[in-house]
Design a protein around this ligand. Sequence first.
Ligand SMILES: [Zn+2]
Length: 143
Amino acid sequence: MSEELKFHYLCPECRSYLRVWNNIIFTVKTTVGKRQGLLLLNPELGNYTYISHPSLKFIEGESVEFYCPVCHADLTAMQINENLIRIIMIDEDNNEYDIYFSKITGEHTTFKIEKDNIIERFGEQSSSYVNYFMSKLKQKLND
Ligand SMILES: [Zn+2]
């Protein structure tokens, strides 16, 4: 990707910028192998390539805990689904979205949400979450 992306990702807790250059940076801990380290995700939604140190091995199907590298908040979207991570996206017009993605290794699911609307979704497994997701979002707004 040659053109610099015009949007940012923030930690929902401390609102620090998580994207540096062309990576979204997290600290992660694998639940099965109990390994921890830095994980750099591609900032393009629906692109599931990542960079990590070779010592950080992911086992297919295992859950990975994601933390903000600045404030160390657990980024699990507990109100929606414990298998999803939530971060904030801000576009060039200052619109704010919630981005949810799966923390299960190999599960390609990403949602871009504005209030209670799914704006976009990516990944071959995302359809299995849609109904569940919509009911949870409505519930959350009514709380
Ligand atoms: Zn934070």
